[in-house]
Design a protein around this ligand. Structure first.
Ligand code: ATP
Length: 299
């Protein structure tokens, strides 16, 4: 379990993280989601003692990271897959990690197997690794001490679709065995298939959190009609909050039955009616974090 309580980090007059509070629970994969510069890395660095909070606390398994007796046995950390020594081979890096954490060298082959790096790949220097291979090696390094908690910053970066599926299965098994997983991403699609819970950060503050299912439910209903203007008018007249979705569809903040009834009552012929699901969640994410989007995405 990871507990973040009113965590604030200021750099001079700039507040990078502002009273952030959330919990990543054991047995769950928690996705930490936010656009570039939202404060994800700063929060994660504070969790593992690399950044001193200005105020507030971050604890892992009930203790500050610095107070854990052998952190490598309790918490696996991957903050930057490119931070490994480029001149060492993958096997050398893992062997060193086993010595630091204090586990038998035989663990290296188990780990290589776990992250699907072949013997030949493990013998190459890291400077010749693709980003995806670096991520696999980084995840293997995080797993060296068979920790209870995993903290991974953008671990899906550089992974191809098969790699993302592999990581999802690995993290799922880890959580199903009772582990706690916190992983960050600025891409909703990467995280929504993996995460059970979501914490959304924008501009240094938490803008939404809950189970993925809860957040999906708030995504509402996607509806399309032959006459979009009549549909919008009917939904608005019924007091529903609506958002444009694509060129002519509408996302309404209401359940399927309500939206269907309103359209039927107004005599509007509907051509599509479904739960807004992932696409809706993406819109919510963009709306919630709109102020922090450099590209100025409209809410
Ligand atoms: N050492 C520092 N000094 C000053 N500002 C910093 C420092 N570290 C981070 N920041 C600022 O704090 C804000 C949050 O940065 P952070 O790296 O936590 O964001 P992020 O959500 O991880 O973004 P990304 O998805 O781009 O990695 C940014 O505006 C960043 O410029």
């Amino acid at each position: 379990m990871i507990t973040i309580d009113a965590l604030t980090k200021r750099y001079g007059g700039y507040t990078a993280v502002d009273h952030v509070t959330f919990t990543a629970r054991s047995g769950r994969v928690t996705g930490f989601l936010g656009p570039n510069g939202a404060g994800k890395s700063t929060t994660m660095r504070a969790m593992v003692g690399l950044t001193d909070p200005t105020s507030g606390t971050a604890t892992v398994l009930g203790r500050r990271f610095a107070d854990l007796p052998n952190p490598g046995r309790e918490v696996g950390v991957l903050l930057d897959a490119s931070a490994q020594h480029a001149g060492r081979t993958g096997r050398e890096i893992l062997t060193l990690a086993t010595r630091i954490v204090g586990v038998p060298r035989t663990r290296v082959d188990e780990l290589l197997d776990m992250v699907s790096l072949t013997d030949e790949e493990a013998g190459r220097r890291v400077r010749n690794y693709s980003l995806g291979m670096r991520q696999r090696l980084g995840i293997a390094t995080a797993l060296v001490g068979a920790p209870e908690v995993l903290i991974l910053d953008e671990p899906a970066n550089g992974l191809d679709p098969a790699g993302i599926r592999w990581m999802r299965d690995l993290l799922r098994r880890f959580a199903d065995d009772g582990g706690t997983v916190l992983l960050s991403s600025h891409l909703l699609h990467e995280i929504e298939v993996i995460a059970d819970d979501l914490v959304v950060i924008g501009n240094g503050t938490i803008v939404a959190q809950g189970t993925k299912d809860e957040l999906l439910a708030t995504a509402g209903t996607l509806v399309r009609a032959e006459d979009p203007a009549a549909l919008r008018a009917a939904l608005s007249a019924a007091g529903l909050t609506i958002h444009a979705s694509g060129s002519d569809a509408v996302r309404a903040e209401a359940d399927l039955a309500t939206v269907g009834r309103v359209a039927f009552g107004a005599g509007v012929a509907v051509t599509e009616l479904r739960a807004a699901d992932g696409a809706g969640l993406e819109e919510i994410f963009l709306e919630l974090t709109a102020q922090t989007q450099r590209e100025g995405v409209a809410a």
